[in-house]
Design a protein around this ligand. Sequence first.
Ligand SMILES: CC(=O)SCCNC(=O)CCNC(=O)[C@H](O)C(C)(C)COP(=O)(O)OP(=O)(O)OC[C@H]1O[C@@H](n2cnc3c(N)ncnc32)[C@H](O)[C@@H]1OP(=O)(O)O
Ligand SMILES: O=C([O-])CC(=O)C(=O)O
Ligand SMILES: [Mg+2]
Length: 297
Amino acid sequence: MKLRRTMLYAPGHNPALIKDAYIYGSDAVMFDLEDAVSLHEKDTARLLVYHVLKTIDMGTTETVVRINGLDTPYGREDIRAIVRAQPNVIRIPKTETAQDVQDIEELVEAEERAAGIPIGTTKLMAAIESPIGVLQAYQIAKASERLIGIALGAEDYATNLKTTRSKEGTELMFARGMVLNAARAAGIYALDTVFSDLNDEEGFRREVQLIKQLGFDGKSIISPRQIAIVHEVFAPTEQEIIYAQRVLYAIEEAEKRKSGVIALDGRMIDKPIVDRAYRTLELARMSGGLFDEEEAA
Ligand SMILES: CC(=O)SCCNC(=O)CCNC(=O)[C@H](O)C(C)(C)COP(=O)(O)OP(=O)(O)OC[C@H]1O[C@@H](n2cnc3c(N)ncnc32)[C@H](O)[C@@H]1OP(=O)(O)O
Ligand SMILES: O=C([O-])CC(=O)C(=O)O
Ligand SMILES: [Mg+2]
């Protein structure tokens, strides 16, 4: 399991932001060549991102580049340059069909071959940002072995739906459900969309709580200020950790008696609950919140 709680966008044309983005501790940084970059800066941004990836060691932070679509004059050139810079992941914007993913994959593979990079090195992520994309979410999620996840792009999606984004996210319920369910059915990661109001910390926290409860792995974010809140919400609480440890202890006792089910504090414990307990402890361990097991037993 890899943590993908936070994927921090940095506009590709801004050298100060892209060279420092990894120092804030997000799980991933995402250099944008698409909508944060104006048309007359597309070439500059591509070159800057290429050089930053080539020259800066970003340690364990996952590196992602959002390229322009193949329906623009920039998409092919982006792939040509960015595959050679070897980020971990290329994010495809505005994905509508499985074919969109396969078209990109074909170009990425040709570029890897030409550059002598082992085939399959460059992973892909598909952003879903339109009603047709949402309806095709499962086909998209299954389109390539390279896909590590799909992400909702709700600014474009809300515009395409002919609505606006509310703080409650009512207009996103269907899309979030579809994207999450498609990702889980395909066995890949599900990322939620950006929250654009940097001054509304409470609204942001509520949205993060909502998407965590829905089952998302994390969120695309636009500012370093948003990282701590996401990591905090996603970290299992001390109570959850203790409960998970007690669940494992209880099921061990049940198994000694050759039973797969037992009650703990009046609640039934069986396999799905045990699986969740393992997940909680793994998440706690990875986010640095696990303490001595003896304490809870
Ligand atoms: C709908 C879509 O497509 S969304 C995806 C595309 N959008 C983006 O990529 C936008 C990414 N975010 C940003 O560009 C910026 O955060 C903005 C423009 C929204 C706000 O910028 P600011 O007003 O400077 O933010 P703020 O004052 O909070 O910045 C604090 C510090 O964090 C840095 N910072 C802010 N955002 C980022 C970022 N995304 N990546 C790295 N560093 C950042 C600033 O440089 C500043 O550093 P400093 O204190 O050393 O000067
Ligand atoms: O990835 C995101 O959430 C940002 C984006 O492009 C959108 O919302 O349209
Ligand atoms: Mg978008």
